[in-house]
Every structure is written in structure tokens, then in C-alpha cells.
Ligand binder design. Structure first.
Ligand SMILES: [Fe+2]
Ligand SMILES: [Fe+2]
Length: 289
């Protein structure tokens, strides 16, 4: 019953402009686009490193089902994130037993079987299995050319009111592993079992944040949206150089590079107002071995 993080979703009114932003500013590549006029418009962006399947899924109007309600209520937002699994029906049966709240029962759509459910703080999680795994949007591996900073999609961050309850769900029900604990500071990191052996500590991760240690920025998010997907993060090898490069490209930073917990971070926004974090890879010694 393996699973791995495949994408985080952004609902956007401007899918073309958002694609251009991530391509031009962060070197991402358009891996796939599914478009049928008046029915759906979906794009997948991958980071240039092509070392994992982790992607950003952009969904533009018209939005379907609950996504339309969410968009009407909040405007552009990260609606859900996604795990790829071998068999959606097996997971459906398992999660039904534990009284998980489903947003959508298993259904076929565009060559995948997928379902959506809520974690204990209400964040929507998608699980999907591909009819043909070879159809996973993929980029041919490219080595960085050395001229540009490499921005590698690293984690998405769930902001909730109860870290232990959310952690219990992802660990006990879904089989993720807690790899870093900073509970007084209000965050932990989880990764899926398939990347446990990763030595670089830059594998796709789920950050769970919540009281007691939340910052004013996070308190403002909770007050505005309630629990949700708060930010997405790219690791870079040099946050100061990335700050210089992106500033030169016209990005205004909300937080300029700052030392934090043995790393260095900075924050800015994408054109949809989504908070984006830049971070140095977390030092290995911070992880639970
Ligand atoms: Fe999705
Ligand atoms: Fe983060």
C-alpha cells in the first residue's frame, strides 16, 4: 500500500499567466496540459531537476464541484494535494473503515481513477491511480546547466489547529513517516515511505504547522481561511543568490533571507497570492534518524 506525493493544486483565474510566472521566475517546465474548451483546463508544472514526480497542478476555470465553491469563497488558493497509489479502491475501503470524510468517491477522469477526502483538519487530499503508469507527466531528466539557480519543489505546508491529530492520520492511516520534529516551534515534517532512503533531505515532504508556535503570518492565514495549505517551498543551494536573482526579475519579497532553525528562508508570492518559501536544504542532523 505504497503512496507518494505527486502534486499540489492551485486554483487560478489565469492559468497562462501562472505558467509563465513559474517558467520564467523559477525555471519550471510545463509537463502536461489538458484542455477542453468550456469543460476543463489543467496544467502540470515540474521543477527543472526532474528528480521526482512532485509537481504543481494548475486548474483554471471552469472549476468543477467543490472547487467552484472554494474559488467563489476564497479566490485563488491551494485547494488540495495529491498522492499516487497503486489501487484507489483498496485505499477507499480502508479509509471508509476509519470514518474518513469523502469529498468525492472513486471516479474515472482523464486516464486516472481518483478520489478526494479530508484530513482531520479538513484539508482535501486526492488519491489517484493511473490506468497506465507510463502516462505520468514526465520530463526527460536534464542536468542543470550551471547558469541558473535550481529551484527544487520541496514541501507543501498544511496549517492546522491540532498537529497531533493530523500527524496521527498521515502516519497511522496513510503510512507516512515523521522525519523532523520542532513541535514547540509549531511544525513537523513527514515524508512518504518511498523516499525514506533519500540522503539529500530534499525529497518531497509534507510540513504540518500549527499552535503553539505559529507566526503572525500563519495566524493571519488561519483567521482568513481556516486550516488549509498555507505555502509551498522550493529548496535552493543559495537563498541569498536566489533572492538577488528573483529581485532582479521584479519579485518583491515579503521576507528577505533570514537565518531560521539551521537553515535560511525567504518568502514571496506567486501571481495568485500563494506564499512561496525558499529554503536551504535542512541539515541532516535535524532529522530523526
Ligand atoms: Fe489534483
Ligand atoms: Fe515551509
Amino acid at each position: 500500500m505504497n503512496l507518494y506525493l505527486q502534486h499540489v493544486n492551485i486554483l487560478t483565474p489565469d492559468i497562462g499567466g501562472t505558467i509563465t510566472f513559474y517558467q520564467e521566475k523559477l525555471g519550471m517546465k510545463l509537463a502536461a496540459r489538458f484542455y477542453q474548451e468550456g469543460i476543463f483546463d489543467i496544467a502540470f508544472l515540474r521543477d527543472g531537476s526532474a528528480s521526482t514526480h512532485f509537481a504543481i497542478e494548475l486548474v483554471g476555470p471552469p472549476f468543477i464541484g467543490w472547487m467552484e465553491d472554494t474559488y467563489q469563497k476564497h479566490g485563488p488558493i491551494m485547494d488540495h494535494f495529491n498522492f499516487v497509489v497503486d489501487d484507489v479502491d483498496t485505499w477507499y475501503q480502508k479509509l471508509k473503515v476509519s470514518k474518513t470524510e469523502f469529498v468525492q468517491q472513486p471516479e474515472h477522469f482523464l486516464g486516472v481513477k481518483e478520489m478526494y477526502f479530508r484530513d482531520p483538519c479538513g484539508v482535501i487530499t486526492e488519491m489517484m491511480a493511473l490506468d497506465d503508469p507510463r502516462l505520468m507527466p514526465a520530463l526527460s531528466p536534464e542536468s542543470p546547466d550551471g547558469k541558473n539557480i535550481e529551484y527544487r519543489l520541496h514541501h507543501i505546508s498544511i496549517l492546522c489547529n491540532d498537529i497531533p491529530a493530523v500527524e496521527r492520520f498521515y502516519v497511522e492511516e496513510l503510512g507516512l513517516h515523521t522525519v523532523l520534529e520542532a513541535r514547540e516551534d509549531g511544525y513537523i515534517f513527514l515524508i512518504d515511505p518511498l523516499v525514506l532512503a533519500d540522503e539529500t533531505m530534499t525529497a518531497p515532504s509534507l510540513e504540518i504547522m500549527g499552535p503553539p508556535g505559529i507566526e503572525p503570518r500563519e495566524a493571519a492565514y488561519l483567521a482568513k481561511y481556516g486550516p488549509g495549505i498555507d505555502h509551498l517551498c522550493f529548496v535552493v543551494d543559495d537563498v541569498d543568490a536566489a533572492f538577488e536573482e528573483l529581485s532582479a526579475k521584479g519579485i518583491q519579497f515579503d521576507l528577505e533571507p533570514m537565518e531560521y532553525a539551521g537553515s535560511k528562508i525567504a518568502y514571496f508570492k506567486d501571481p495568485n497570492g500563494i506564499d512561496i518559501e525558499l529554503m536551504l536544504p535542512i541539515p541532516r542532523e535535524h532529522f530523526i534518524s
